[in-house]
Design a protein around this ligand. Structure first.
Ligand code: NAP
Length: 327
């Protein structure tokens, strides 16, 4: 855009005009260069923040960068918005977006948009070609490559709560934080119906982020372990009602939930039809034995299996399948 002015100007107006010209030049420069992945990531974090802080949300929002390169959330119809994003994950760009940046928008917009009005539950498992998530002894570091680890940290940064089963805490003693990316740590939620986990587990002790332990409601009176907050949920024959568990999380402000494993936990969410999306990252690895990924009750015919719509993303040597289950 060319700024043309005719006639003599007051010195103060001249200074304002120079600043305006610099701003126009910066916006033109930014809208002609392809949006890089780190810029898209900053836009996604700004969107997440905006969505979580807003009482009412439109179906779509605009994302832009100010002249200093800082992310700005605006109206979808704003002509200066570089990207228009819809709550269902659809998006369009008014300026070029790098291929890697476009993949980030495809994969992460829905979680950035999670809100009380549009809650989202996504699960992930990383598995070998033969469908194992760990060895028989429970070693799972690392089935997948570093690109998938980065993906997990990005999902943690965009969700409100990361959920794992007691088996994962027992085997991995995971930290469940966002060490590899800029972005907040989620609340860490451990499903431990019988309260069998030791108080010494890292998530109960390290105070890196809030930790909530979900147990059978009959065992919720007892304090601890460590600094965890205990929340009781209905449990029948050792199996949680996961609709009730999600309701507990949402009542405490967690609209975006990321179920990070292990296999029994993700399978239970799938069986109880509580997932909007399921991500499975497959590594070119054959273990030949070990802990299974998804296990569901047997079906007689193949047409009784699930055949969700899927998108594929290449993550280094691995391939991530994202399955849409909720729509
Ligand atoms: N590759 C990956 O993506 C990945 C991710 C995470 C973990 N892992 C690996 O997977 C292994 C652990 O997975 P896992 O499948 O054995 O166990 P898990 O899913 O981590 O934990 C299962 C346990 O959590 C509790 N639980 C989970 N969902 C429940 C529900 N709906 N109702 C009641 N209780 C529920 C139960 O505790 P109780 O046993 O007390 O009843 C259950 O046995 C470890 O070896 C870990 O390293 C791999």
């Amino acid at each position: 855009m060319e700024v043309v002015v005719r006639g003599l100007l007051h010195p103060e107006s001249r200074r304002c005009l120079a600043a305006f010209r610099a701003l126009v030049a910066r916006v033109a420069e930014m809208s002609s260069a392809a949006l890089a992945p780190d810029q898209v990531w900053r836009l996604l974090l700004a969107l997440r923040r905006h969505v979580r802080e807003s009482a009412e949300l439109p179906q779509g929002l605009g994302l832009s960068l100010d002249p200093d390169g800082q992310p700005v959330v605006t109206r979808a119809a704003d002509p200066l918005a570089l990207v228009g994003a819809a709550s269902d994950g659809a998006w369009f760009a008014r300026s070029p977006v790098s291929a890697a940046g476009a993949e980030l928008l495809d994969l992460y917009l829905p979680m950035a948009f999670a809100s009380p009005a549009r809650p989202l539950t996504v699960a992930h498992l990383g598995q070998s070609l033969d469908g194992r998530i760990a060895t028989v002894q429970g070693a799972s570091r690392y089935v997948n490559g570093p690109e998938n680890l980065l993906h997990l940290h990005r999902m943690r940064a965009l969700c409100d709560a990361v959920v794992v089963g007691a088996g994962t805490v027992e085997c991995d003693d995971p930290r469940l934080t966002t060490r590899q990316v800029a972005g907040p740590n989620p609340v860490r939620v451990v499903l431990d119906p019988r309260r069998r986990l030791a108080a010494g587990c890292g998530v109960f002790q390290d105070r890196a982020a809030p930790t909530w332990l979900i147990c059978d409601q009959g065992l919720a009176e007892r304090q601890g372990p460590g600094c965890a907050r205990v929340i009781g949920a209905p449990c029948d024959a050792g199996v949680f009602d996961l609709a009730a568990v999600l309701a507990q999380l949402r009542a405490r402000g967690c609209a975006g939930v990321f179920v990070e494993g292990g296999g029994l936990t993700v399978s239970a969410f799938l069986e109880q039809k509580r997932l909007d999306r399921l991500q499975i990252t497959i590594a070119p690895l054959i273990i030949g034995s070990g802990r299974p990924g998804i296990t569901l009750p047997p079906v007689r015919d193949l047409d009784q299996g699930l055949r969700p719509r899927c998108r594929r993303y290449v993550l280094g040597e691995d391939v991530l399948f994202e399955c849409r289950l909720g729509d």
